[in-house]
Design a protein around this ligand. Structure first.
Ligand code: ZN
Length: 438
């Protein structure tokens, strides 16, 4: 989730692609596979089971070096999407192909997604930085993710471990997992870490864009000097004890360093980029990436243009000022509750950003992946889209259905199939297994 809770609707046509014949071939292959799986669910699941377990010597008819075949064989784990708030506030049915937003089961299948971490995000400005309202807001989101799996067991299954993800992927279903974005619902009580672990939450970032009393955020002034206090360190130790992953995305620099110095388990960034490429406080410096890798952790690269494209943030700030009146008007005209007023504001933002900001390509995500690999090797990088929480998306990665485009770009840059497996989900499965050990 980014600062404005925007759900992008990207109606722009596909951008200029560098190698149109290769992309056309990829598109045709995608279409053929989608037609195949949607026409026969049972056959589709059988095919899926094969692709998640077979090796390169399989007699499967899919060409061994075809980008889409490689993508579909991999276990694809997205570490962060804010679709949860759509489930609660918009009551969307994720079993249908949705006309807007970035994620639903139909497009997830097309994009070869195997596991989605759903963000349990309490916006402190709307629901409080702690207390009963913040906890209630977290609880209804957890219930919504659980209901997803309960109502559509043929598509979704709730997962809490790496073994669950592997089993669910092999069965041709999508694993639904949960991570908490910001520790507001912990309500400054250590026992609540265990409460949310018991409810299925498997990662926690101590703060989102607003600092908590115990952890500094990269999104406000106080975070510049605030790291973790004693309670914050206690929370990290409790997460280590329980087997809940520690997420540094959105944290302030001092809080980042306190976390890597406190945690005895691998530390992750669920949706962040590299500050060396895109200089925004939300991203990680090279020193941070090296330190995080030393814990055994993974930086999952975000897809949000503001965090991956150099200079985008300045341009966006200018557009934000230009559209401020339009945004306010949309909010005033919306008669629903605070969450719906925010949805109305976000609708205007994403429409105007699409018109006024330059398109960004999936190649930019690969640039951040390259940078991390050059710094710390192939074992410490993954993906965290931030789908349904961002105001804009790369023009060739408009939704989860376009994930194979990232794989094609990585292969084009010379990554091996084994490298791609690690980036798409293998590295995160390794971290999950490590953190789960008692
Ligand atoms: Zn976020």
């Amino acid at each position: 989730m980014n600062l404005h809770l925007n759900k992008n609707i990207n109606k722009r046509d596909f951008p200029r692609l560098r190698n149109s014949s290769r992309w056309t071939a990829l598109g045709l292959t995608i279409t053929a596979l989608v037609c195949f799986t949607s026409n026969c669910r049972h056959a589709g699941q059988t095919e899926n089971r094969e692709r998640k377990t077979m090796n390169n010597t399989s007699e499967n008819t899919i060409a061994a070096n075809d980008p889409l075949a490689i993508h579909r064989r991999a276990i694809v784990v997205d570490m962060h999407a804010d679709t949860t708030q759509r489930l609660v506030d918009e009551k969307v049915d994720l079993s249908q192909r949705l006309a807007d937003g970035h994620l639903d089961a139909v497009r997830a299948k097309e994009g070869g997604l195997d596991a989605q971490f759903f963000s349990i995000w309490v916006e402190p400005e709307l629901f409080g930085g702690g207390g009963a309202r913040a906890m209630k807001r977290a609880d209804v989101q957890i219930e919504a993710v659980r209901n997803l799996a309960a109502k559509h067991p043929e598509t979704w299954e709730l997962a809490t471990t790496a073994a669950d993800v592997r089993r669910i992927a092999a069965a041709g279903k999508i694993a639904a997992l949960m991570g908490m974005e910001g520790g507001y619902a912990i309500d400054e009580k250590i026992e609540n870490v265990d409460r949310y672990y018991q409810m299925g939450v498997r990662y926690l970032s101590p703060a989102w864009s607003v600092s908590t009393s115990w952890a500094g955020s990269s999104g406000d002034e106080i975070g510049k000097t605030r790291g973790l206090n004693d309670f914050g360190k206690q929370v990290i130790r409790e997460m280590n004890r329980l087997g809940m992953m520690v997420d540094v995305s959105h944290l302030s620099d001092p809080a980042f360093w306190d976390i890597v110095n406190t945690s005895t388990r691998p530390v992750i960034a669920t949706h962040s980029g590299c500050r060396a490429i895109t200089d925004v406080p939300r991203n990680l410096t090279d020193d941070m990436i090296v330190a995080l890798a030393k814990t055994g952790g993974v930086v999952n690269v975000i897809f949000y243009p503001e965090h991956i494209e150099p200079g985008y943030s300045e341009k966006k700030r200018k557009v934000d000022a230009e559209i401020a009146t339009l945004v306010q008007r949309a909010s005033d005209e919306e008669k629903g509750d605070v969450a719906h007023k925010k949805l109305a504001r976000d609708r205007v933002r994403r429409e105007e950003f699409l018109k006024r900001l330059p398109p960004v390509s999936v190649a930019r995500i690969a640039d951040h992946i390259d940078h991390i690999v050059k710094l710390v090797g192939i074992d410490h990088v993954g993906i965290g889209s931030d789908f349904d929480g961002i105001q804009a998306v790369p023009a060739d990665l408009k939704s989860v259905a376009d994930l194979p485009h990232l794989t094609a770009e990585l292969l084009r840059r010379g990554y091996s199939e084994s490298d791609v497996d690690k980036i798409l989900g293998g590295n995160m499965l390794r971290v999950m297994e490590e953190v789960e050990k008692k």
